[in-house]
Structure formats: structure tokens, C-alpha cells
Design a protein around this ligand. Structure first.
Ligand code: ADP
Length: 359
């Protein structure tokens, strides 16, 4: 069997078979007149070959070529390049398998595209559901406190200030949530303005510690730098965004660390990068939660997170920022021992200048 025959081969084989039958028939009919039979054989061979080849080429292969062209133009949406590809194709070699291959690739691309769109649609639905759910609680709280105040509690000096403070706390929570949502949508839409500069990560961590001192004191948590690490470690990154990362990780270590515990930051020189670790000696996180920890709105202990004023978006923002730096972040944790969040940043080089770009 000839594999993937071309139109020429198909025409030749078919016309040869046909002419052979005609030749044999003529030979028998003319009482073995060899010269006439050979002449009829050759004539029918030439004529049938031309006829079959023309019919195949005109009615079948030309149409297959059209399908091929259409698929290509759909795939690339650039008709010029399609024509170029088309002209460059060696059609006589194997047109059917080329079309077959094109259709398979095209169908696969389309299937992947549909799967991706379906996933995005699910993702969007889930996100909208989560956002509405998160917004609902503080809005309902504010509404409740204000109505209670209007209905008379305003005149009651025992509760009016308490209700106002509660309404204010819910309004703050609403603001945090909206700010985090803006950050995450900017990060995901690729509208992030990044400004790389050389800075000392240890100095930045100490600055964040100072900023969060009042919060850590509330829970008696000491914010420390690991022994041997309290010295400059220069990195090349967006300082404002990395500050956001450190604030989120340190705040989490305070929220989920144990009372009177310790938060420790450490830095390790890894040739091209600096590895930064922020650890706490809190309750830790069970292994089954770790793979999903950086997803938006994923919380291990929902009520604890909400009580602590968490939006559930902190770690998703952190991961986006680190990935926007083309770096990685991971977490290790042991229940009862504590958690460590580790991420890398590019080590600063002597010639590094301030660079601004859109991510
Ligand atoms: P949240 O606003 O709820 O803190 P995050 O995205 O910052 O949201 O964190 C997601 C979840 O991961 C938290 O709800 C908490 O359950 C868990 N988590 C984060 N950091 C820690 C930590 N240091 N120790 C224990 N659990 C943590």
C-alpha cells in the first residue's frame, strides 16, 4: 500500500488498473491482436490518467486547499502570511495529511482556548461571589449601627460612642477591602507601574517593624532580625511594592503568631538573588492548606481572619508582586511550631540604576 498518495500517484495507479482491464478485454475481443491491444492500452492509460488527475485536482484537492487556506486564515487572521505559507507548501508531496495535521492542531488550539475561557468565566463568577460576600458584612454592620443610632441610640450616652466606633471599624474594613481589590485588579490587569531601585532590604524590614510596633505590642510579639543577618543586604526591586509584601507578611505573623511570640526576618545570599524569610512561632498551618494559601480569599480559619481584620487578599497580592519581579515565594509550616514565608529578590549590582516600566 502506498501511504499518503499524491493526486499524481492516485491518478497513475487508477488509470493503469483501468487501462490494464481495457487492454486485457481488447486482447480477448480481438483474438489476441497484441498491437491493437497495446495501442488501446497506451491510449486509455494516457486519457484516463489525464481525466482522473484533472477530476481529482479540480474537484477534490482544490477544495481541500481552500479548507486549508481558511483554517490558516482563521488561525492567524493574517491573510498575507497565509498565502505565503500556502505557496510555500509542497502540495504535491502530501496534501491530505497536511490538511489533517492542520485540522488537528486547529481543533486542539480551539479546544484549549474554549477551556481557558470556561476557566476564566468560572473564575470571574467565583470572584464576584467572593467580593459580594466580603463587602456584604461590613456594609450590613455599618447600616445596622447607623439605623440603631437614628432610632434612638444616639441619645443614649452609654452606647452611642460604642456604636459609632463599631461603625467606624467596619468602614475601615471596607476601605481595606476596596484598597486590596484595587491592588489585585491592577496587578492582574498588568497596569502596574514598577520602579526598580537599589535598596537595603534589612533597612526596609526595620522600617516596617517600626511602623507595626504598636500592633505587635498589642499581642506582645517581638519583631526581630535573625542573628548574623543584621547588616545591609542590597536588592534591586520596586521598593514601594516590596514594602507592601513585607507589611503583609509581618502583619500576618502578628495576627496568626502566638501571644508573646517572636517574628524573625532573615536574609541569605544566593549568588544572583537574596532569599528573604519571615518566620513566626504561631500555630502553624496544616499541610493540606499550603498549596492554596496564595489564592484570593483563601483562609485557613475564616472567623479568625475576619476577627483580625483580614481581607483574605493579602497573600494573593504578595504573590503577584513577587511574580511581577520574576521571583518566587513559598511557605513552609508546621502545626504547633510556626510558619516561614520565603521569597527571593534580585541582588543589586554596582551599576544598577533606577528603572521605571509597566508590568
Ligand atoms: P487574611 O487577610 O485573611 O490574613 P491572607 O491572604 O493574608 O489573608 O492570608 C490567607 C490565610 O492564610 C489567612 O486567613 C490565614 O488563615 C493564613 N495565614 C497567613 N499567614 C499566616 C501565618 N503567618 N500563620 C498562620 N496562618 C497564616
Amino acid at each position: 500500500m502506498i501511504r499518503n498518495p499524491t493526486p499524481k500517484v492516485v491518478s497513475l495507479v487508477t488509470s493503469a488498473l483501468l487501462s490494464f482491464c481495457i487492454g486485457v478485454f481488447t486482447l480477448i475481443a480481438t483474438d489476441f491482436n497484441w498491437s491493437d491491444s497495446i495501442l488501446i492500452f497506451v491510449t486509455s492509460l494516457i486519457l484516463s490518467y489525464l481525466l482522473i488527475y484533472y477530476a481529482l485536482e479540480y474537484f477534490i484537492y482544490r477544495k481541500i486547499k481552500l479548507i486549508y487556506k481558511t483554517i490558516h486564515s482563521l488561525k492567524t487572521q493574517k491573510y498575507n502570511s497565509v498565502n505565503k505559507i500556502f505557496k510555500n507548501s509542497d502540495w504535491d508531496s502530501d496534501p491530505i495529511s497536511e490538511v489533517n495535521q492542520e485540522v488537528i492542531t486547529w481543533a486542539k488550539d480551539k479546544k484549549d482556548e474554549i477551556d481557558h475561557l470556561k476557566k476564566l468565566a468560572d473564575f470571574r463568577k467565583e470572584f464576584i461571589g467572593n467580593v459580594s460576600h466580603e463587602l456584604k458584612t461590613p456594609i450590613f454592620n455599618i447600616q445596622g449601627y447607623i439605623h440603631t443610632l437614628i432610632d434612638g441610640a444616639l441619645e443614649d450616652p452609654e452606647v452611642n460612642m460604642k456604636f459609632l466606633k463599631k461603625a467606624a471599624r467596619s468602614a475601615d474594613r471596607l476601605c481595606d477591602l476596596v484598597e486590596d481589590l484595587i491592588s489585585i485588579s491592577q496587578l492582574e490587569a498588568g497596569e502596574l507601574h514598577m520602579e526598580y531601585e537599589r535598596f537595603d532590604i534589612n533597612a526596609l524590614v526595620k522600617d516596617v517593624y517600626e511602623q507595626l510596633e504598636y500592633r505587635s505590642k498589642e499581642r506582645g510579639i517581638s519583631l526581630t532580625i535573625k542573628d548574623g543577618c543584621n547588616q545591609p543586604f542590597f536588592v534591586y526591586a520596586d521598593k514601594y511594592r516590596i514594602r507592601q509584601v513585607i507589611v503583609n507578611l509581618v502583619v500576618n505573623s502578628i495576627k496568626y503568631g502566638k501571644e508573646a511570640g517572636v517574628t524573625t526576618s532573615a536574609y541569605y545570599d544566593m549568588d544572583e538573588n537574596i532569599l528573604i524569610e519571615i518566620s513566626d512561632n504561631g500555630d502553624g498551618i496544616e499541610q493540606e492548606h499550603l498549596p492554596r494559601l496564595f489564592e484570593r480569599f483563601y483562609r485557613v480559619d475564616k472567623s479568625r481572619s475576619r476577627d483580625a481584620g483580614g481581607t483574605g487578599l493579602g497573600l494573593a497580592i504578595v504573590k503577584h508582586i513577587i511574580e511581577a519581579h520574576n521571583q518566587v515565594i513559598n511557605v513552609r509550616s508546621k502545626v504547633g511550631i510556626g510558619s516561614t514565608f520565603a521569597f527571593t529578590l534580585k541582588k543589586a549590582q554596582p551599576g544598577d540604576k533606577i528603572t521605571t516600566f509597566m508590568f
